[in-house]
Design a protein around this ligand. Structure first.
Ligand code: AGP
Length: 604
């Protein structure tokens, strides 16, 4: 989820691109670059770091009236100058910027290298300019060369290309947003409207499958080879609202970004038909078969992702899995490092306690794996192996999309370990991967029910104590749901394994303590119904997160969770995110920056 900007017009493109990149930088990026068409091959300036670092290497002005720019959030390849966008072909005539992931880049790169193309970066993006180069060499026009290249790539992408000898920008969109702003004799391109909002408010949003060419005064869109018209919309948002995509808070925007984040997490990693997973981590089969324990170390929400994962690893890979609050890890003994895989789960990759736990694991000689959202973060330099969750940058202090992407990445890890240990048959793995593949759609269905969640939140927002209960995978979701609510609403919220209620917490249950119960597949819903009856008989209202047919008739408010097997509790968690958001919003809390909390906790 990088940022793209483009300009075609009559004035100097450089300040427009530079300001556009600055506008896109609000989410924090790791490298940036521009390609300027000054009458010849595009001139490329790029660097690792922030837009200000790029500005330090840019000239004060340029002759270019056409150009593209990019801020990068790494998914393939470390943040380096070489991996920064734009990427060029062998001749330097073609420059491309890209958001998203090209799933089949390995195959394409091998084919292009065999044909003599030299690659300068580790990115998936670089296959695009080389594909275009090959088409141009065969005599295709830039537009046809671009369309032919786009037809060969699979995955998610927003692409913008400039080519020597044209004053156009070539665009393509698949599962990654791209829009065009219409000015007076000039045209702007952006991955979102913040890239050009001060210049243009009439905007055309490209749709999936669109390939387009923009010049200073024209936008031509094709879909499946046919010319199509896309509507021009008026954007009323101010810059602050635009950064949030029109949502009131980053947290809500990030909740709604989850289907896209999940697609990126899964992209190119699963073959559901064959029951195969490709995570690009070096955990050899012999090593995985010698394993006696997988230890997850993490804090907060990431700890809850670890709990979910431990359950899956034990069930599907038949190996003991333990979960450790990172700050407590050093106080535990009894390790056999040679047979233990230590998995550090941290979205930021910078949490001090998780890093300390990883250092401790490393000191004992255990093999380590980091599961993180941030390429090049501290944890990636400490761990033996890295698995990126690819959720895109998260600004809200309350983790949402990173949690679902963490759990999904870890579910894939569980399938991988299970397959390598021959504890999962291809058919069983295939079923699990089908469930994972269904996540973006299932989460979208929950998001579509937001009005219903808001109504439930309105009914209970006056309470100031809430309980969340669940079993098995539903237990980790109950804990995560309670954390989300307490973080942003400041209400007392606790999550419990449903069976524990009667061992103490039941004393707190009254008719003013709403209870949210996870009653989905994968969460032992039938047994949890007994706990629902226990709290109801004490007068507590119950909200059920229910997979079809389980539990609805026992609860006061039922929110329907699509049935996705072991992934259902994760989908239910999205209801809890929305519930927490609406309760906090009704109470007027500072949702994106709750009191006393920081996004990244870098001190022990
Ligand atoms: C989540 O909503 C919290 N902000 C917090 O618990 C967070 O998950 C924890 O600090 C760990 O962060 P990390 O994933 O970046 O390591």
């Amino acid at each position: 989820m990088c940022g793209i900007v483009g300009y075609a017009g009559a004035r100097d493109a450089l300040p427009v691109l530079s300001d556009g990149l600055k506008n896109l930088e609000y989410r924090g990026y790791d490298s940036a670059g521009v390609a300027l068409c000054e009458g010849g091959a595009p001139t490329v300036y790029k660097t690792v770091g922030e837009v200000d670092d790029l500005r330090a290497v840019l000239p004060d002005a340029s002759e270019a009236t056409v150009g593209v720019g990019h801020t990068r959030w790494s998914t393939h390849g470390e943040p380096t100058d070489a991996n920064a966008h734009p990427h060029t072909d062998c001749t330097g005539d073609v420059a491309v910027v890209h958001n998203g992931i090209i799933d089949n880049y390995d195959d394409l790169k091998a084919e292009l290298e065999a044909d003599g193309h030299a690659f300068a970066s580790e990115t998936d993006t670089e296959v695009v300019p080389h594909l275009v180069e090959a088409e141009l060499a065969d005599g295709a026009s830039p537009a046809d060369a671009f369309a032919a290249a786009v037809a060969r790539i699979e995955g998610s992408f927003a692409l913008a290309m400039v080519v020597d000898g044209t004053d156009a920008i070539y665009l393509a969109r698949q599962d990654s947003p791209l829009c065009v702003g219409h000015g007076d004799g000039e045209t702007f391109v952006g991955s979102d409207v913040t890239a050009f909002l001060e210049h243009a408010r009439e905007v055309t949003y490209l749709e999936n499958g669109d390939v387009a060419v923009v010049t200073a005064d024209e936008l031509v869109v094709e879909h499946d080879g046919e010319r199509v018209e896309r509507p021009v919309e008026q954007v009323e948002w101010e810059a602050d609202a635009a950064e949030k995509g029109g949502y009131e808070h980053y947290m809500l925007k990030e909740i709604h970004e989850q289907p896209r984040a999940l697609r990126q997490t899964l992209s190119g990693r699963i073959d559901a038909l064959e029951g195969e997973v490709d995570l690009d981590v070096d955990l050899p089969r012999e090593y995985l078969n010698s394993l006696e324990e997988v230890q997850f170390v993490a804090c907060g929400t990431s700890y809850h992702a670890g709990l979910y994962a431990a359950n899956l690893v034990e069930e599907h890979a038949d190996v003991r899995a333990t979960v450790h609050v990172a700050s407590e890890y050093q106080f535990r003994g009894g390790r056999d490092p040679w047979r233990t895989l230590v998995v550090a789960v941290t979205q930021s990759g910078e949490t001090a306690e998780t890093l300390a736990a990883l250092r401790e694991a490393d000191r004992t000689g255990a093999r380590t794996l980091a599961v993180t959202n941030v390429v090049g973060s501290s944890v990636t330099r400490l761990a033996d192996e890295n698995l990126y969750i690819r959720a895109g940058p998260e600004i809200g202090v309350a983790a949402t999309k990173t949690f679902v992407s963490q759990v999904t990445s870890l579910a894939l890890l569980a399938v991988h370990v299970g397959r390598e240990r021959d504890e999962l048959t291809p058919t069983e793995a295939s079923d699990l991967l089908e469930d994972a593949r269904g996540l973006p759609g299932a989460v979208q269905r929950v998001l579509d029910a937001d009005a219903q969640v808001r109504a439930v939140a309105e009914a209970y927002a006056d309470s100031d104590a809430f309980f969340f209960i669940g079993r098995a995978l539903g237990h980790s979701v109950a804990l995560e749901s309670a954390l989300k609510l307490k973080e942003i609403s400041y209400d007392h919220a606790e999550g419990f394994p449903a069976g524990e209620l009667k061992h103490g917490p039941l004393a707190l249950v009254t008719d003013d303590t709403p209870v949210v119960a996870v009653l989905t597949g994968g969460a032992r819903a039938a047994e949890t119904v007994n706990s629902v009856k226990e709290v109801e008989s004490r007068g507590a209202p119950v909200v059920g997160l229910c997979t079809d047919g389980i539990g609805e008739k026992f609860v006061d408010d039922a929110l329907a969770v699509p049935d996705l097997g072991a992934m259902s509790p994760l989908v239910a968690n999205v209801y809890a995110q929305l519930f927490a958001y609406h309760v906090a919003n009704l109470k007027g809390r500072a949702i994106d920056k709750p009191r006393n909390l920081a996004k990244s906790v870098t001190v022990e």
